[in-house]
Write a protein that binds this ligand. Structure first.
Ligand code: ARG
Ligand code: ZN
Length: 889
């Protein structure tokens, strides 16, 4: 069944408070729920109370203390007839955590109990009005065997702890804040915590804890530091203080997503908590900071103000991603260092363009606020999260930081404690800034990626420069097209660059004087012309600075102009962008030639442009690394009329080899100059050095004679005091030996495995590295992947492990996955079907790997269709069926 946004109705009943009692036993956990229920005065009267429930055994139902026989348990929950206007409802039921492989609801992982309730997991714990507009206060009593489950946690404050007969014990938790059921959490087991006490802005003392299994306590410091930074940042930037006396983070190794913002008791995938220099890379450290921030920031944007219904998901996710992006940028470079902040911006835009633009061009295309869904878990998407964050960022671009803050303040003033909509957020931003944002609503309701075509004209006699912007959607998928109603309000940041490379002062026609060198034009019509006056010389336009809107800009720069922008633009984002445009253009031309079996060649001027970046010591190493990474294969394939992964791979490898060969001396020098001797520091500066050094190593591994790379990589592998360098060395060895004898790389792989056998997150890297290896005719990687599926450390039940091998191959190794014989697709279908029986959410994610099948060359397309049809015929979950049926429709 399809759920539609237009069908929203308020709940017929409200639940003001809930008292939950748990008797935890892995096989059968007994749950008693006692609720204060009353009719909702703002809803149509209902004859009966319908509660949601899934995979539950009902034991008893009582109203106001008396058994209530007028009830019926069924597939979707429990119907209770003959209910008064206000009453106490008690329900006893049983759930089965040990056999719960879906990781939704209450489940067991490594012998401990955990919950995951967003979006609709609470109904797998007890019967309830499991929808976010029903907000209640919770008290939770947990009883369990004391030796097996010494630690018992839930949301809020610990109010009682006691011992019980038979070696059992109990804890009672009380959460003073009303919350929707999706924010409920319970954890029980053998865990230990790193603790800190801090004072927040009002002077109150708070207890912070990071709970992990005992052997992981040495990997909690960075998560704790990130949490403390996040708490302070939210006070400073948004005036938002931690509202509970106690804030807990718990790590669990079996987890479907990244992490979950349960009130006062965040539950995290171990991947986003555990780090020390030996086991975690710089990327891991940065991701942990971002995710810890993200979940903490949800306490206000998501928990204090929550979503009325799941169509509003981006209200909390888009906003919270924007907040975590800003947090990371501030931690990188402070509030004012534009070049350092640009590094984070580039990373975020790269993800958006590679993943969200692709989503928007396929059968799963949907607006930031979707109109319908079959399974809500399929809508935790790049569009809702990342495009949603871009939409929030546009308010800040339009109103400035102060104006954005005014809007946020008004939003909390109006809606604290409520479950609201994306419209409520937009109205708060509009009202706080005295603006009408009616047109801006289209960013929430229209799917597809807008394209902005730019035309420019310089009139030297009148010294006028006219910039004409016209917006349209490209030929989007039908799913997107049917949502498109009219032009968007697009903040388009622009600068004009003079012959000497410096920005020109900007004055728009009608303005009294020039001001600033970057202007945010507001495009509201299908086509509009903006005229700059007093323009002394024909300028070069720097378009969409800092990526001021999630759109595609079409403008015919020459290669020389792009090289000039790459060398001179004052907007660091656009310097990077110029290099990417230059590379993309060359790579796409080469891919066409590769597809036609024509010889490949690369212009010296392109090599020279990249050489300048590589050797420009005025640029930060982190920026240089980003600028020297070529656009990814999936992104390039997506730009082709018909995606041809093999041709893209040949083209990209050709350019990598060309840059490696032409700049060999430079790469060697850069490698030597960016070593980071001494103790490991996870600072952005040190990470930038490691990043550039390891990129140099990766390029050197591309040389026909990779002996330099092998020598450097072996030394680096042996002497590394951190995972960034050790993993990069191993990758370089794998790449350098891909075309030659594999013996050296195999030895290093074995060593790596033995060193880190007891560190699951590192073993995930070991699997991923092999799944994403470059293959050859003689050594197709599918063989390696199939062999590794039988490795004793492999299991389909652990999502991180499944992702590290299967997803890495299907999404991270396009040239091998899209093998002409269809072997990759057959493997994909087998794994989707196998996963579907265990964990539909994870299976549905994997199912998405083929959704763009119509965009590929005919031979691949037909093989993909066959694999999709096999999955459609065999998949049983709503999750997977929604994906494959939309793909085939
Ligand atoms: N709200 C979580 C976040 O921080 C994501 C949880 C999604 N879980 C799910 N099963 N769909 O983004
Ligand atoms: Zn979130």
């Amino acid at each position: 069944t399809v759920i539609r946004r237009a069908d929203y109705t308020p709940p017929a009943f409200l639940i003001d408070s809930v008292a939950l009692e748990f008797d935890l036993v892995p096989e059968r956990t007994f749950v008693k729920s006692t609720m204060r229920v009353r009719r909702n005065p703002d809803a149509a009267p209902a004859a009966r109370l319908d509660l949601m429930g899934e995979a539950l055994e009902l034991v008893s139902v009582a109203i106001d203390g008396a058994p209530h026989p007028a009830h019926r348990a069924h597939e979707h929950g429990l119907t209770v007839d003959n209910v008064p206007d206000a009453f106490e409802l008690s329900i006893e039921s049983v759930c089965k955590p040990a056999e719960n492989t879906t990781l939704s609801g209450l489940y067991v992982s490594s012998g401990n109990f955990f919950t995951q309730c967003e979006a609709e997991g609470f109904r797998r714990i007890t019967y309830f009005l499991d929808r976010p507009d029903v907000m209640s206060t919770y008290t939770v009593t947990i009883r369990a065997d004391k030796a097996a489950y010494p630690v018992l946690l839930s949301n809020g404050n610990l109010v009682e702890a006691s011992d019980l007969p038979d070696g059992r014990h109990a804890a009672k938790w009380d959460d003073p804040f009303k919350k929707p059921s999706y924010l409920f959490a319970l954890v029980a087991g053998k865990l230990v915590a790193l603790e800190e006490r801090i004072r927040t802005s009002s002077g109150k003392e708070k207890l912070l804890q990071v709970w992990v299994e005992p052997h992981d306590l040495d990997k909690t410091r960075h998560a704790m530091d990130s949490l403390i930074d996040a708490i302070h940042w939210d006070e400073e930037r948004f005036g938002l203080e931690l509202d509970l006396d106690r804030f807990m983070i718990v790590a669990v190794s079996d987890f479907n997503m990244g992490a979950m913002e349960n009130k006062g008791l965040n539950i995290f995938n171990t991947k986003y908590v555990l780090a020390n220099p030996e086991t975690a890379t710089d990327t891991d450290f940065a991701n942990i900071e971002a995710v810890v921030g993200h979940e903490y920031f949800h306490n206000w944007t998501g928990n204090r103000v929550t979503c009325r219904d799941w169509f509003q998901l981006s209200l909390k996710e888009g906003l919270t991603v924007f907040r975590d992006q800003e947090f990371s940028a501030d931690m990188q470079g402070g509030a004012t260092d534009g070049a350092a902040r640009a590094v984070k911006r580039i990373e975020d835009v790269r993800v958006l363009r590679q993943m969200q633009f692709a989503e928007d061009a396929g059968p799963m295309a949907h607006p930031v606020r979707p109109e319908s869904y079959v399974e809500i878990n399929n809508f935790y998407t790049m569009t809702v999260y990342e495009k949603g964050a871009e939409v929030v960022r546009m308010y800040q671009t339009l109103f400035g930081r102060e104006g954005f803050r005014r809007g946020m303040d008004l939003y909390f003033k109006r809606h604290d404690g409520q479950a609201v909509t994306c419209d409520d957020f937009r109205h708060a931003l509009a009202d706080a800034n005295g603006r009408d944002l009616t047109q801006f609503e289209r960013w929430y309701s229209q799917a597809g990626t807008p394209r902005i075509a730019v035309r420019t004209a310089y009139d030297s006699a009148a010294r006028r420069y006219a910039v004409t912007l016209s917006q349209r959607y490209g030929d989007a998928a039908p799913a997107a097209r049917e949502t498109q109603k009219g032009p968007l309000l697009i903040p388009f940041a622009i600068g004009l660059i003079g012959r000497d490379g410096a920005d020109l002062p900007l004055r728009l026609e009608g303005e009294p004087a020039a001001g600033g060198t970057t202007r945010v034009l507001e495009l509201t019509e299908a086509e509009q012309t903006f005229t700059f006056v007093d323009v002394e010389q024909p300028p070069l336009p720097s378009l969409l600075r800092n990526f001021s809107a999630p759109v595609i800009v079409e403008y015919d720069y020459t290669n020389d102009e792009l090289a000039f922008l790459l060398a001179n633009d004052s907007d660091a984002f656009n310097r990077w962008e110029a290099g990417q445009r230059l590379a993309t253009r060359e790579l796409l031309a080469l891919a066409e030639r590769a597809a036609a079996n024509e010889p490949l060649s690369l212009d010296d001027s392109v090599v020279a442009a990249f050489a300048r970046v590589l050797t420009d010591e005025s640029l930060s190493p982190a920026f240089r690394e980003l600028a020297l990474v070529l656009p990814s294969e999936p992104y390039l394939a997506e730009q082709m009329a018909e995606a041809d992964p093999a041709a893209v791979h040949m083209a990209r490898q050709f350019v990598r080899q060309r840059l490696a060969t032409a700049l060999r001396e430079e790469w060697l020098a850069v490698y030597a100059r960016h070593e980071t001797p001494g103790p490991f520091e996870p600072t952005p500066q040190a990470a930038g050095h490691r990043g550039l050094k390891n990129l140099a190593l990766a390029y050197l591994a591309e040389l026909d004679d990779p002996s330099d790379a092998i020598r450097l990589a072996v030394a680096q592998y042996d002497s590394a005091n951190n995972m960034t360098d050790r993993a990069a060395a191993l990758s370089a060895l794998l790449a350098a030996s891909a075309t030659r004898s594999a013996a050296q790389a195999d030895g290093a792989l074995d060593d790596f495995y033995r060193r880190f056998e007891r560190e699951p997150l590192v073993i995930d890297k070991w699997f991923a590295m092999q799944a994403t290896q470059r293959g050859s005719q003689e050594r197709p990687i599918i063989d390696t992947v199939r062999r590794l599926m039988g490795h004793p450390a492999f299991t389909l039940r652990n999502p991180n492990r499944a992702r590290s091998l299967i997803f890495s191959f299907c999404s991270g190794n396009p040239a091998q996955f899209h093998a002409a014989d269809g072997s990759g697709y057959a493997f994909w279908a087998d794994q989707v079907i196998a996963l579907d029986a265990l964990n539909p959410q994870v299976a549905a994610r994997l199912a998405r790997a083929l959704e763009l099948w119509r965009r590929y060359t005919p031979a691949l397309r037909e093989r993909m269709r066959a694999a999709l049809e096999r999955v459609a015929a065999q998949a049983s979950s709503r999750d997977v069926r929604e994906i494959v049926e939309k793909a085939l429709a």
